[in-house]
Design a protein around this ligand. Structure first.
Ligand code: FPP
Length: 270
């Protein structure tokens, strides 16, 4: 198994992968892809050139994640706010780029056993884009390997509003909230990400220190990895470096790990 994985990686990737503990891989990695515009600006190119270059980064990241057997990868491709803040021509370009990506990439996704899913308000996207998305989803639905989720027209706050609305409707059908078991699991079951575990690791490129309305509920205990690399320069090797860094961290989930007893209040000592 290890040998097969190593054979699929390039030299730099293999070097990092050899140092990883395959038993402690993050089960879900989420990425905020940022810096396309700045990458283009530095080269005196139009912003859209950065998005076009960003597709190669998506390809490399998805392939490496699948090769090293990451069960789930979620990419923040297009926020709900992106619609309002970008010129129409850039939005149209991004939509076209997405459609071309889906058309070109489905055979590779199938070859790599990757299943495609989406989160976000899909119904607000142009009908032609929705149709292409649905086609790609169905064309990869039989795959049993990594789940690749694209966040498109996504906003975490909107997701929570949609979840609360669905919970309220369920409560009304069931004779009121007091007849429902409303706990964290029930909220999670109403999120767009109900098909996924919460991310263990979130990566943001281009050095910005923000979550930008991405998976606010689901990232509660995620390890955060921020790198200065702009998205069009991000490759599989950066993903593996992020995983190596993640494996050095001590995850506490709000508790104390290996904390000596004398640091606890007397009543809590074992
Ligand atoms: C952020 O860069 C990036 C985006 C809004 C779009 C992400 C899209 C891609 C990577 C390509 C297409 C994606 C798929 C899945 C095919 P920015 O423009 O906000 O960069 P800036 O902060 O430097 O201006």
């Amino acid at each position: 198994m290890q040998a097969t994985i190593l054979a699929g990686l390039d030299r730099k990737e293999a070097e990092i992968y050899r140092r990883l503990d395959p038993a402690r891989l993050p089960q879900h990695i989420a990425i905020i892809m940022d810096g396309n515009g700045r990458w283009a600006k530095r080269r005196h190119l139009p912003r859209v050139a950065g998005h076009r270059a960003g597709v190669a980064s998506v390809r490399s990241t998805v392939e490496t994640a699948a090769r090293v057997k990451i069960p789930a990868l979620t990419l923040y491709a297009f926020s709900e706010e992106n619609w309002k803040k970008r010129p129409r021509s850039e939005v149209d370009f991004l939509m076209g780029l997405l459609c071309r990506y889906l058309k070109q990439e489905v055979p590779t996704l199938n070859k790599n056993n990757i299943r495609l899913e989406y989160i976000g308000r899909q119904h607000e996207l142009p009908a032609t884009v929705q149709a292409k998305m649905e086609w790609a989803r169905q064309a990869t639905a039989h795959n049993t390997g990594m789940v690749l989720t694209l966040a498109l027209n996504y906003s975490a706050r909107t997701e929570l509003v949609d979840a609360f609305r669905a919970i309220a409707q369920a409560a009304a059908r069931n004779g009121g909230l007091e007849h429902m078991q409303l706990d964290e699991d029930e909220v999670s079951r109403h999120l767009y990400t109900r098909h996924l575990p919460d991310p263990d690791l979130v990566i943001r490129t281009s050095g910005e220190m923000r979550l930008s309305n991405f998976l606010l509920w689901q990232l509660a205990y995620a390890e955060i990895h921020i790198i200065p690399t702009l998205w069009p320069e991000f490759r599989g090797v950066h993903l593996l470096e992020a995983i190596a860094e993640y494996q050095k961290r001590e995850r506490r989930y709000g508790g104390l790990v290996d904390a000596p007893d004398h640091h606890l209040p007397k009543a809590a000592r074992s």
